[in-house]
Design a protein. Structure first.
Length: 668
């Protein structure tokens, strides 16, 4: 993947500074070992995700990456230290491939993003000391470790924004090289080095391979003017963000280049957007390759085990065959072997050494003695190695012929017993291998291509919590203190019904009757909705009492001497109760003024859609449960993971498997 150039980073930093200054830092994530995503809330814009990939890129993104269920240490520390902080500035360090994001919470922090070499992301305190790096690194001049003072990398070039002609000329005088290489190593890279030369050639003739010492003053001036012309465009923020294509070549740029005249160009509103389109479509392939390697490693582990087990079984079978054959050879050559053993034992009784016996038998073999023809060797323990019909056999002279044969038959029996265990082990490994291959196939299929997060035109009720009852009555609820306030002040009409779970921490809920009569079905379903979107869910309750009143009983006027927080109301008069309302919801896609995701009581989803997921309070984090739901209900590719997360209750969830099993049984 193409790494961003110094010029790219200059442009990105400028745009990010304009966009994010004053923004509030939200959560941070680490989708892969080299990518960290910081989420910001920008006033008037909303959510903005900043993708930072070590040694490669930094830009905002509308393509949400899949996040791990268990966040690594670095993003967790970012959440702890800088969540809720406000951005002070975003800047490029000395026209180098380093970005500084300064934020302030209780004190100042700096997130340093290094985009050179393999890169790094580092959190610094207000004294420029390292709190934690994404990667610990050590060089002779720099130590990127916790509690060490952060030292910026040595300046690698010049800053073209404010360089004087004399300073520019100096870099050529100091280097014994040619023009293009000198420019390239001073922060411009090969692309912009060649662009500066091409623009200079409009006024003079400069070959890019011209040696520095051969440059004339006129050529120096032409190069400097070309540099200033190019970078004045950036300095004045006259960007023309674009992706250029020509056959197989593709690049992303912040401005028009002479080098790419004639290329197909697509322009974008800003450089961040162009980079997002350029990089995000490539990153899924990278992530998929990484995950495939992980799965292949698991598969290879079982394949290797199976291969070793099959080799072992093969060896057992060979042992059975050869041991039986050797036992049979011993009996078929009984007389010859007995005579040979008698010769050996006779020599031993006369105090001949085994070495001497070996020499005697070899001499006898050379002289044509029939018993000695099968002799090969004798070891220092007196054990004979014989060769009968091209088969090597071990004979112990201290044992009888039947005893020597029985040793081989016993070896064959033991191998037979072991083959049974080996066959069971092979069968188990094959089953495990098939399972892991099936899991790999499913996992690889479910690696979702990041889908662009487009800003949707939400209906007014979608900005709240909402559902439609099984008889098509709209019910709305607040998402937080601000929307709780809006439910009562803006949307609660005189003929509506107000509900609230009888527990601290619950949504203000309104039944929009619109002339309909209130009935038990509406009350039951609305009660479950109000109970589920309350703190009863995060507390793990299965039921919760809910009360309902008429709109004229809901007041923002507190009793004398009391104070009402935002989103809180006073209820006057008698309350009507829905006792033990079920804490459970279902999620699916319904067709209500167009297709949209809805979370509500189970009965309402049963009435309005065929494919839905029932949830209960549980132990699974939102991101993990949202992935499962997305896989089950996103048949028309209408939803993103964020759409699911947005409608989930506050707290962990589990899928109600018992409900789904029962429904499956009823259908069958």
């Amino acid at each position: 993947m193409k790494a961003m150039s110094n010029v790219d980073i200059f442009t990105i930093s400028d745009e990010l500074n304009n966009l994010l200054t004053g923004a509030r830092v939200d959560k941070s994530f680490q989708p892969t070992k080299d990518i960290v995503v910081m989420r910001f809330h920008v006033a008037g814009t909303g959510r903005v995700d900043l993708v930072m990939q070590c040694g490669s890129r930094i830009h905002t993104s509308k393509y949400p990456l899949e996040n791990p269920t268990n966040p690594p240490t670095f993003p967790m520390l970012l959440r702890k230290r800088v969540k809720g902080a406000h951005v002070v500035s975003v800047s490029q360090h000395n026209f180098d491939r380093v970005v500084e994001i300064k934020v302030k919470k209780d004190k100042y922090y700096t997130i340093v993003v290094e985009l050179f070499d393999k890169g790094n992301i580092i959190l610094l305190d207000e004294d420029n000391n390292i709190i934690l790096p994404l990667k610990r690194k050590h060089w002779s001049t720099r130590d990127i470790s916790s509690k060490k003072e952060y030292v910026f990398p040595e300046d690698r070039g010049i800053n073209p924004i404010n360089v004087s002609e004399e300073e520019f000329k100096e870099i050529f005088i100091e280097k014994d090289s040619d023009v293009v290489r000198t420019l390239a190593v001073n922060g411009f890279g090969s692309l912009y080095a060649e662009e500066i030369i091409e623009r200079a050639n409009e006024n003079t003739e400069i070959d890019k391979n011209t040696l520095n010492k051969d440059l004339t003053q006129e050529q120096f001036s032409a190069l400097y003017n070309s540099l200033k012309e190019l970078f004045d465009i950036l300095k004045n923020e006259e960007y023309k963000p674009q992706i250029v294509k020509d056959g197989r070549k593709e690049d992303v740029l912040p401005l028009d280049l002479v080098k790419y005249d004639g290329f197909e160009k697509k322009y974008y509103e800003n450089f961040n957007e162009a980079c997002d389109e350029f990089y995000s479509k490539k990153v899924n392939t990278d992530i998929k390759n990484v995950k495939e390697k992980i799965w292949n490693k698991k598969v290879n582990k079982f394949e290797k085990r199976l291969r070793l087990q099959e080799e072992t079984l093969d060896n057992f079978n060979k042992t059975i065959e050869t041991s039986q054959h050797k036992g049979e050879l011993i009996y078929s050559n009984y007389t010859t072997l007995e005579n040979l053993i008698n010769v050996v034992n006779s020599a031993i009784s006369k105090d001949y050494s085994f070495k001497e016996i070996g020499k005697i038998l070899k001499k006898a073999k050379e002289d044509g003695m029939s018993e000695a023809e099968i002799f090969e060797s004798i070891d220092k323990m007196g054990v004979l190695t014989l060769k009968i019909e091209d088969t090597s056999i071990i004979i112990d002279p201290k044992l009888s012929i039947p005893e020597n044969a029985e040793n081989y038959y016993e070896k064959s029996k033991k191998a037979k017993k072991k083959t049974k265990g080996a066959l069971i082990a092979i069968e188990n490994t094959k089953k495990q291998l098939e399972k892991i291959k099936a899991k790999k196939e499913v996992a690889m299929e479910n690696i979702s291509i990041p889908k662009k997060r487009e800003k949707k035109n939400l209906k007014w009720y979608e900005k709240l919590r909402w559902f439609i009852t099984s008889d098509n009555t709209l019910v709305i609820g607040g998402r937080d203190a601000g929307t709780n306030e809006a439910v009562v002040k803006k949307y609660l009409d005189n003929n509506d019904i107000y509900l609230h779970a009888d527990i601290h921490g619950a949504s203000s809920t309104a039944i929009k009757l619109e002339g309909k009569s209130l009935n038990d079905t509406i009350l039951k379903e609305s009660g479950e909705f109000a109970a589920s979107f309350s703190s009863a869910w995060s507390k793990g309750f299965t039921t919760q009492d809910v009360f309902w009143v008429h709109p004229d009983q809901v007041s923002k006027t507190p009793e004398a001497g009391e104070f009402l927080a935002k989103g809180s109301f006073v209820i006057r008069g008698n309350r009507n109760y829905i006792r033990s309302a079920r804490v459970k919801i279902a999620i699916g896609i319904v067709d209500y003024e167009g297709k949209r995701i809805m979370a509500g009581p189970v009965e309402s989803l049963e009435a309005h859609c065929d494919n839905y997921v029932v949830l209960k309070p549980g132990y699974t984090k939102k991101e993990a449960i949202a992935k499962k739901i997305l896989h089950k209900i996103n048949e028309e590719d209408l939803l993103t993971l964020d759409d699911i997360i947005r409608v989930l209750p506050s707290g962990k969830c589990d899928i109600d498997e018992e409900y789904h099993q029962r429904k499956k049984y009823e259908k069958n």
